[in-house]
Write a protein that binds this ligand. Structure first.
Ligand SMILES: [Zn+2]
Length: 407
């Protein structure tokens, strides 16, 4: 096989053949240029109506990028044909391998989109020696086509959470279907007004169908859910309540204890440096030396021991599958908290009380809280990969694409 035929066959530029090829150097980079020409006497396909057309209206030469060969970028010189379609008038020829007005071939675009799932835009741009704006445009179009409008027809349970968009206090809200781990909606902000578009999208029927909404208790989400979805139960998740307990009770008691031990420098230092140990779940403290240290700290500090034990017990509340038992357990927990006399603990218990219905609702809607945590971690990675691109639409599409659901 002659080299030219071989290349044309590998190229699969349907309807075209290779006229000639040469090498150029641009900014010190070798580039392989391949000039194509239309094969003669072929019936071509109108991009408007899809009909076969044989007469050509005009042609304009376009340069498009294709996949590299032997790590050398490839640029095609393609005479783009406008056909004289009887129905549509002058119209571009439809090509499987090159979309209208695209700057790269279909297979290069597909390859770029595949890489964009696992690499940052800048890395993909560097890999294919393309402008990052080109890479972003390709990935954006691919995501829009792949995802399409979201299907909310069977949604009965949702989980809602906020995440930080940028450093400082700019937030966005993500809404997930827990059963399928599918991201349904992402929007900027976390206020009632800012999440309202989701309920508009869900529509009156969808709102009436909603049975439960899981969320952090420190948000405005609950009021918005109650307004749109009167039949839906608000459920507060364990993850956020325990995180709040860590901040407002354990942390504060630890600082108080450290202050109390002002006279005993060694003991004070041990308590001050125990933050990590105390906030971690016990099952995640794996090193034996750490376990011993934790036990020693707790044994030596009565107040820390109390709030530590009550944290573990508080988590039990989410393990119940029967609201009646859960309520009784809560009552006991609350009395122990109040009897402790530890101010931050009493305050926490009092503040938690009004949220009890949403906590007990968990026994009817036992949904894993690690989902929220997992999604938030994944969003951090996506944010890093889309670093520098202040484009909400693109960023939110990337989040949706990372959680397409498993239905
Ligand atoms: Zn046509």
């Amino acid at each position: 096989m002659a080299p030219r035929d071989c290349m044309a066959q590998l190229g699969c530029w349907e309807g075209y053949r290779l006229r000639d090829s040469w090498e150029e150097t641009r900014n010190g980079q070798r580039i392989c240029i391949i000039r194509l020409e239309p094969k003669a006497r072929r019936r071509r396909c109108c991009d408007g109506c899809g009909r076969g057309v044989s007469s050509i209206h005009d042609r304009v030469e376009r340069r498009v990028r294709d996949l590299p060969v032997f790590d050398i970028p490839v640029e095609l010189v393609v005479p783009r044909l406008r056909l004289a379609c009887r129905k549509c008038g002058p119209k571009l020829e439809r090509l499987d391998w090159l979309a209208p007005y695209a700057r790269v071939t279909t297979r290069l675009a597909a390859s770029v989109a595949r890489l964009c799932k696992v690499m940052s835009l800048r890395h993909v741009a560097g890999f294919y020696r393309l402008a990052w704006t080109t890479v972003k445009r390709i990935d954006l179009r691919h995501l829009e086509q792949e995802l399409g409008p979201v299907d909310l027809s069977g949604v009965t349970v949702i989980a809602m959470d906020e995440f930080a968009i940028q450093k400082g206090h700019r937030y966005a809200t993500v809404i997930v279907e827990p059963s399928s781990k599918r991201v349904l909606w992402v929007g900027r902000g976390r206020s009632r007004e800012e999440i309202r578009p989701f309920f508009k999208l869900l529509g009156p029927e969808g709102c009436a169908r909603l049975r439960a909404a899981v969320m952090d208790m420190n948000t405005a989400y609950d009021r918005e859910v109650r307004m749109h979805c009167p039949k839906a139960e608000v459920v507060y998740d364990l993850f956020h309540v325990v995180a709040k307990y860590g901040r407002e009770v354990i942390d504060r008691v630890r600082v108080d204890e450290a202050n109390r031990l002002r006279g005993d420098r060694a003991a004070r230092k041990v308590v001050k440096s125990s933050r990590w140990l105390l906030l971690r779940n016990r099952e995640n403290v794996t090193r034996e030396a750490d376990q011993v240290r934790l036990d020693e700290i707790l044994a030596a500090n009565q107040a820390l021991m109390t709030v530590y034990v009550l944290k573990d017990d508080l988590k039990m509340l989410w393990a119940y599958r029967h609201p009646g038992y859960a309520r009784r357990f809560w009552q006991e927990w609350y009395e122990r908290a109040m009897a402790s006399g530890i101010a931050p603990l009493c305050l926490f218990a009092k503040r938690l009380k009004p949220y009890l219905p949403g906590i007990l609702a968990h026994s009817r809607w036992p949904l894993g809280t690690n989902l929220v945590e997992g999604i938030n971690n994944r969003i951090k990675v996506i944010k890093r990969m889309a670093y520098g691109f202040r484009d909400d639409h693109y960023f939110f599409l990337k989040i949706r694409a990372a959680f397409p659901g498993n239905r």
